[in-house]
Write a protein that binds this ligand. Structure first.
Ligand code: GLU
Length: 478
């Protein structure tokens, strides 16, 4: 049978890493089994739902490469269908009108709190007569629809990640509210647990994969499935993503939206690679650097851990750097070029651009690192304290730089390359007995203002082509 999975995000915020990882697990399982992956936008909370969040969520999923089948479904388009199902539950006696007012509910909660009991509705209107209902309505009282939860019932399911799960009806907080308040004989707007069951059934969803915070909802939903005589999907509840303190990753942990990761310079393929390992693992992987297709080939829901997954920046950074290393040069260049354009940096040629991209590729962790790492090739770098000290540390330092200028002029070199650079270095070390080590360090300090940086000869070629090698050496004498 075709496996059909879905992501059902509420558009009440930017695409969060937790939602993105749920999408990923659903997507991977669907791909592994040649199934389908759908999106349903759960936008029935009119106050908090915003269309720009829907756009952001879809854009983010697209950017991550998590493509979906068919047009996303909007839950708000289906309200009348949800209401019809509530009517059906009323008709078969599985649900009823409850007129308990907000203040009566608060009173009940206070009482329960005082006696140390968890909040639970007392189902006081479960058995109202039609006369009593009419009376409440004629008094202008509003009502919600409640679904009858049998206290004695035990709900069980086989969770693909957690194994056998059991819930007691008495632990579900009393009869379940299916709709918001409405006056008269109206049915108010349907709530999540009802809508999700009706929609998952309508979409023929075979596997529901979502966060563990939905476990008690699953217990409630199973009761609704049964009452409506719907076929149950297979449920899986993924572990939470935790921060370094072991608490649920939240907005307080600074970066949580996919946009922010994108802006910081993470690659979509690195982020999906890392997110897969947030909870899932494979035995003896040949490599941890995997594409979406490679992961989906070996992916199994049962290989997801039950325990929470700690977010680890170091690992994410390492995975990102590996994906950058493996990236095709022109693809990487296209990313980097945007930063250069933003900075207003102009380069001498597109060949030069590719050479510089190649030079910094292996030392980049984030795409954004391209700014700092390529800056010295466009703009004369500042001499740092370390560089200044080195320049004054031995007389051979400035001497060697003078010789470089001398030989560049003598041979009339306007474009340095590997060969003429080596020739100059040889001449200086042989004719003037300057140690190669000192010469190279001096040149590095001249170019980068410090003692670190990428391959020196390749850098020299690039500085020379951009006509800043001589000014960089000359500044050491000012
Ligand atoms: N709208 C719910 C949420 O974003 C969906 C949960 C589910 O997958 O059923 O948490």
């Amino acid at each position: 049978m075709e496996k059909r999975l879905r992501l059902a995000p509420s558009p009440t915020g930017l695409l969060h890493i937790g939602t993105a990882r749920t999408a990923l697990f659903n997507w991977l399982y669907a791909k592994k089994h040649n199934g389908k992956f759908f999106i349903r936008i759960e936008d029935t909370d009119i106050v908090r739902s915003k269309s720009e969040y829907t756009t952001n969520i879809l854009d983010g999923l697209n950017w991550l490469g998590l493509n979906w089948n068919e047009e996303p479904i909007k839950q708000s388009d289906r309200i009348s269908i949800h209401k019809n199902h509530i009517k059906k539950l009323l008709d078969i006696g599985a649900a009823y009108r409850c007129f308990t007012s907000e203040s009566e509910i608060n009173e009940l909660r206070e009482k329960q709190k005082k006696s140390g009991l968890p909040p639970k509705h007392d189902n006081r209107h479960r058995n109202l007569t039609s006369k009593e209902i009419k009376e409440f309505i004629s008094q202008g009282k509003s009502s919600v629809i409640r679904f009858i939860v049998d206290e004695e019932t035990e709900i069980r399911w086989d969770d693909q990640i957690r194994g056998k799960i059991k819930w007691q009806g008495k632990d579900l907080g009393g009869d379940l509210v299916l709709s918001r308040r409405a006056l008269g004989n109206e049915i108010g707007d349907p709530l999540y647990n009802l809508a999700v069951v009706v929609d998952d059934n309508f979409m023929n969803i075979t596997h529901v994969v979502r966060g563990e915070d939905h476990i008690s909802n699953t217990a409630k939903q199973i009761l609704i499935y049964k009452a409506l005589d719907f076929k149950l999907p297979i449920f899986s509840h993924t572990p939470l993503i935790l921060n370094s303190e072991g608490k649920k990753l939240s907005k307080r942990d600074c970066v949580t939206s996919i946009d922010e990761f994108r802006e910081m310079g993470y690659l979509p393929e690195a982020l999906t690679n890392y997110m897969a390992f947030l909870g899932w693992s494979i035995k003896n992987p040949e490599s941890e650097i995997l594409s979406l297709a490679e992961i989906s080939n070996v992916f199994n829901l049962s290989d997801i851990n039950k325990a929470g997954a700690k977010f680890n920046w170091e690992k994410l950074n390492w995975i990102n750097s590996q994906h950058i290393k493996q990236m095709e040069l022109t693809k990487l260049y296209n990313f980097i070029k945007k930063y250069w354009n933003d900075m207003g940096w102009e380069s001498p040629s597109s060949e030069w651009d590719l050479k510089l991209t190649n030079l910094i590729q292996d030392s980049m962790i984030l795409l954004k690192d391209a700014i700092d790492q390529s800056k010295p090739f466009f703009i004369l770098s500042q001499m740092k304290k370390e560089g200044k000290e080195f320049l004054e540390s031995k007389k051979e330092v400035k001497e060697s730089l003078k010789y470089i200028l001398f030989y560049l002029k003598e041979a009339n070199i306007t474009k340095v390359n590997k060969d003429n650079a080596r020739e100059i270095i040889n001449k200086i070390t042989v004719n003037h007995s300057i140690k190669k080590g000192i010469l190279m360090k001096s040149l590095r300090v001249a170019f980068f203002g410090c003692l670190s940086g990428p391959d020196l000869i390749q850098s020299w070629e690039l500085f020379s082509e951009n006509k800043i090698d001589i000014p960089l050496i000359e500044r050491c004498f000012n």
